[in-house]
Design a protein around this ligand. Structure first.
Ligand SMILES: Nc1ncnc2c1ncn2[C@@H]1O[C@H](COP(=O)(O)OP(=O)(O)O)[C@@H](O)[C@H]1O
Ligand SMILES: N[C@@H](CCC(=O)OP(=O)(O)O)C(=O)O
Length: 373
């Protein structure tokens, strides 16, 4: 990464870094964050902020004495707090001559390809015009099953969506340690991580505060997505002077996560298939099918389909499995599941060939590896 080039930077800030000891939004912390973002903007970088804090900003006005724990109360608090949070951000950014905009997003928006593209186009316009998009999960409409649950993975997916040059996650801790520092006072800071190993994952605990939801585990999930999307990332402590600018220059104290080259060249459609489509079914292939898929550019004929699991439409992303139930990769199917069940193990006749694919292929392997995210 060239430290002198103007970059597109996604910055995620967690609830614990924006709140006072009582769990309410701290105006002083918000001001410091805005000042740092402004420094980056003044230097010509594009900045998108993923900010938590809606529940924290709203729960008192809902009449709760402390941060609520039930989902409907959290959602109600967020519906009050999100407006207040944006009002504060807008006012602070405007005082420096910058315009902020609000983007509320759900997991569903990422798994629908046209909504994903729409979100990307909108955010690109905002960034190119110098606006600071502020993203949060759309808490009031999100149901438990669909929740990102924390904004860490949301920020990594947003970074992929806008093809960011860097993802910066600011937290209440100055980086990733080789053991949970609450349990092990001798834990050491890891300044560079090129691979998230099982050992690193085992050392990651849940949230250290009563207001944060993600903890280090969800941060590692986020860094995995960013690394695999070809985006270098950083984890450091919010509130440390110049942390954001120094993270961009790669001089800040914290943990730097390298990107893997494998996915760097994936076009946006393939990135969407790999990280956001949320495969809806499984197609198991026989030995011969597996061999042909590996050798012949990943194409699969119905003859080699061993089993079909799940109900899906034509055009759905499915997992391709081998007979040992290992994932070979992801593909976009040319047949709906019910038709594929009829055809599995058979040679396709002219009238059962899909209209768009004259060879009667079931699919190609689009992502030739288990994504595992
Ligand atoms: N291996 C680890 N390295 C660093 N922090 C860890 C680790 N395991 C658990 N943690 C805890 O994760 C916390 C950060 O997560 P969280 O409280 O959810 O922050 P945020 O609100 O910024 O998302 C740290 O304060 C720390 O107590
Ligand atoms: N969307 C929620 C944030 C969820 C949350 O607490 O996330 P985090 O602080 O990043 O663990 C809110 O704005 O309150």
């Amino acid at each position: 990464m060239n430290p002198d080039k103007n970059k597109r930077v996604v910055i995620k800030i967690g609830s614990s870094s924006l709140t006072s000891a009582h769990g309410e939004i701290s105006r002083r912390k918000l001001e410091r964050l805005v000042d740092e973002v402004v420094q980056l903007k003044d230097e010509g970088h594009e900045v998108l902020l993923v900010s938590s804090g809606a529940v924290a900003a709203g729960y008192r006005k809902l009449g709760c004495l402390e941060r609520p724990s039930s989902l409907p109360e959290k959602q109600a608090a967020a519906s009050i707090g999100q407006g207040l949070l944006m009002e504060a951000y807008s006012e602070l950014f405007l005082s420096h001559g910058y315009v902020a905009s609000q983007i509320l997003i759900t997991r569903d928006d990422f798994s629908d390809h046209s909504r994903y593209n729409n979100a990307r186009n909108t955010i690109n316009v905002l960034l190119e015009r110098g606006i600071i998009p502020i993203v949060n999960e759309n808490d009031t409409v999100t149901i438990n099953r669909l929740k990102f649950g924390d904004n860490d993975t949301l920020s990594a997916k947003v970074a992929g969506l806008v093809d960011a040059d860097q993802l910066i996650i600011l937290s209440d801790i100055d980086g990733l340690y080789d053991a949970d520092p609450r349990e092990n006072p001798n834990a050491e800071l890891l300044s560079h991580v090129s691979e998230i190993t099982e050992q690193i994952e085992a050392a990651a605990g849940d949230s250290g505060s009563s207001v944060g939801t993600g903890g280090m585990r969800s941060k590692l999930d986020a860094f995995k997505i960013a690394m695999a999307s070809g985006i270098p990332s950083f984890l450091g402590k919010a509130g440390v002077s110049n942390i954001i600018m120094d993270a961009v220059k790669q001089t800040a104290k914290g943990t730097y996560f390298e990107s893997t080259d494998e996915m760097e060249n994936l076009d946006s459609r393939k990135q969407w298939i790999a990280f956001n489509s949320g495969p809806k079914g499984e197609v198991t292939v026989d030995e011969q099918g597996k061999k042909l898929m590996m050798e012949k550019e990943g194409s699969l004929l119905p003859l080699h389909v061993h089993q079909v699991k799940g109900r899906f439409e034509k055009g759905t992303v499915v997992r391709i499995m081998d007979l040992d139930n290992e994932e070979i990769g992801l593909g976009v199917v040319n047949y709906p599941s019910d038709q594929l069940v009829q055809l599995q193990g058979k040679k396709v006749s002219e009238d059962s060939k899909p209209a768009v694919d004259s060879d009667g292929l079931v699919c190609h392997i689009e992502i030739p590896m288990p994504v595992g995210l």
